[in-house]
Write a protein that binds this ligand. Sequence first.
Ligand SMILES: Nc1ncnc2c1ncn2[C@@H]1O[C@H](COP(=O)(O)OP(=O)(O)OP(=O)(O)O)[C@@H](O)[C@H]1O
Ligand SMILES: [Mg+2]
Length: 315
Amino acid sequence: MSEAMQVNQAAGLHNLFSTARTQTQQDELDAFHQAASLRPVVPRARTTRTIAVAGGKGGVGKTTVAVNLAMAMAMAGRDVMLLDADMGVANVDVQLGLNPSRHIGHLLEGKCTLQDLIIPAQHGLKVIPGGSGIRRLAKMVNGEHAAVIRAFDDLIQPPDVLVVDSAAGVADNVAMFAAASDDVVIVVCDELASLTDAYALIKILAHDFGVRRFHIVANMVRQASDAKKLYEKLARVCGRFLDVALDYMGMVPHDEWLRQAIRRQGAVVDLWPSSRAAMGFKQLAGAVDTWGKPAYPDLGRIAFFSGQSAPAAGW
Ligand SMILES: Nc1ncnc2c1ncn2[C@@H]1O[C@H](COP(=O)(O)OP(=O)(O)OP(=O)(O)O)[C@@H](O)[C@H]1O
Ligand SMILES: [Mg+2]
């Protein structure tokens, strides 16, 4: 059916409902409903993979990993969107030097659509800003998280990948977005508090939200062997007490070029692509390509892009 016909049909229906119906109109309405019920339901092909970047502890590099992983995938030719789900703090805008005039708060107030919030960044990366200094956003209630998640179903052009930057902690604002994603990346660094907080987050996501698979990134480490040791420590404890599967996704070394990039308000993968940190992020992007198709959530779960239920192509 053409768009014009759909509009005409909708206008016709509106008229039918808004005035007292004659028998002829009632017959037309019945015929419309019958035709609608006979129309085959064609599922939209699902093409988006959603990756939440979380970590539990503050300052371990969640935003840095989310920004650079998203940018590295965009540089590799993927259509990538980055959602700043650390609402009210706006780390992503600051790291990428963006000055958005609208944010998720406007979406929740019905003043704009999700589409209106998209800001273009380098290499075609699209950013959905989380809003800055807005206390109400930091205290969103559950229905509001669900409303933000549901809004992704209406995007005109769903991206290949949606990367979600999470807040610190284990509260609902982290868990809801992580549980709605296909994959959860946990960022850890070499501090006891980072490992214990990561464990606490994994436990909550597993027990309360049924998340079973986690990809571990070791950030700010000196070398690969240190990263592997960190991963093994976390995997050992999780393996003993939780029914979850952890895999080692990769590592990002401690790198002054990365700090320099943040000061310049850019992504290190873009500004210094041959730095050690950038190489680490590119390897993380490569790891995503080895994950295989996302495990499709059942329809009862709130998921980003839940309307797109057919199997993805290209993963
Ligand atoms: N690989 C790295 N090498 C050097 N410095 C790093 C690295 N990763 C992160 N940093 C530094 O750590 C700081 C905190 O990183 P980031 O903001 O990404 O952490 P976060 O986990 O998102 O923090 P928050 O919990 O506050 O959101 C950065 O500003 C940067 O200076
Ligand atoms: Mg952050």
